[in-house]
Design a protein around this ligand. Structure first.
Ligand code: HSE
Length: 312
């Protein structure tokens, strides 16, 4: 059945997952962004409104991550009519939860669906990356791939783009806590040297392999031992007030691991038990409070669906 308007949801994500800078990520159940699209005969993309961003995001379609992604999709498939688009930001911006990726993914997923899926889901990733490029200055795929496909993903290669969906224990519970701090991904990326020492690379490689192995074997001890980041965390943690104390709180209250979510300031922790996870989140929030920082948290399983249509 063809229709003239559609609404899609794409979830927030935790990128890097400590040891996997730019190559590991997973999706959470909530929050996430919604994009509503209406087909028009007037060529071009018109952003009718952006909700929930407190006026912070560009409404110029050449600068907004969702419309830039959709335009690159149009260029690829040769679509010459137009659309009106509403972006509903249901998650914080510059939070380290993959906000720009969620908008881009919801946009390309919605347009592909309303045009009766000329491309398959996985093929939409390259367009969402154009949105990441405009928003963060780099086309990293860890957030966008996880938001699009759901689950726990590995970016095996960027050129050619090769995304692998990883096995993971289905009872894993994720805590993501977002403090009222802002970190610009572009700036946070500049903190990381492009020259990595051999011993750091060896440590990171061992931990990535350990984490993937632990996830597939449901070996929580191995997962826990592998959630170590010697590349990004030492630089970026300085941008998050109280980071070491909050991480220690999460571990003290039973988290199997904890680290910076994406480029921060959000922090993620993993647990195997919902009740324990709620308690860890509560204690992390209290710890932020002791630094005079308000925060809000989300506790959920890993989202194994990714982007979806919500007005069927
Ligand atoms: N992998 C990216 C980074 C994620 O760490 O810069 C940004 O959210």
């Amino acid at each position: 059945m063809s229709r003239s308007s559609i609404k899609a949801f794409a979830p927030a994500t935790v990128a890097n997952v400590s040891c996997g800078f730019d190559v590991l990520g997973f999706a959470v159940e909530n929050p996430g962004d919604e994009v509503e699209i209406e087909l028009t005969t007037k060529p071009g993309i018109e952003i009718t409104s952006i909700l929930g961003d407190k006026g912070k995001l560009p409404t110029d379609p050449k600068l907004n991550s969702a419309s830039v992604s959709i335009q690159s999709y149009f260029d690829y498939i040769g679509y010459n009519d137009g659309i009106k688009m509403i972006l509903n930001k249901k998650m914080p911006i510059s939070s380290g939860m993959g906000s720009s990726a969620a908008s881009s993914v919801a946009g390309v997923f919605a347009i592909n669906e309303i045009l009766n899926n000329p491309l398959n889901k996985k093929d939409l990733l390259k367009f969402a990356l154009q949105g990441e490029k405009i928003a963060c200055g780099s086309a990293h795929a860890d957030n966008a791939a996880a938001s699009l496909l759901g689950g726990f993903i590995l970016v095996r290669s960027y050129d050619p783009l090769d995304i692998v969906s990883l096995e993971y224990p289905k009872d894993l519970i994720v805590i993501v806590i977002h403090p009222q701090l802002k970190i610009d991904t572009k700036a946070a990326r500049k903190l990381i040297s492009s020259n990595i020492k051999l011993n750091s690379a060896v440590s990171q490689l061992g931990n990535i392999a350990g984490l993937i192995s632990g996830l597939s074997q449901k070996d929580y001890n191995l997962i826990s031992r592998s959630l170590i980041d010697v590349i990004a965390e030492p630089k970026r943690s300085k941008l998050i007030t109280g980071y070491q104390e909050i991480k220690k709180t999460a571990i003290d209250f039973g988290a199997i691991g904890c680290g910076i979510s994406g480029s921060g300031p959000s922090i993620y922790a993993l647990s195997t038990n919902l009740k324990k996870a709620e308690n860890i989140a509560f204690e992390m929030k209290n710890k932020f409070k002791s630094f005079d920082i308000d925060s809000n948290y989300y506790v959920s399983k890993i989202n194994d669906t990714g982007a979806k249509i919500i007005n069927k």
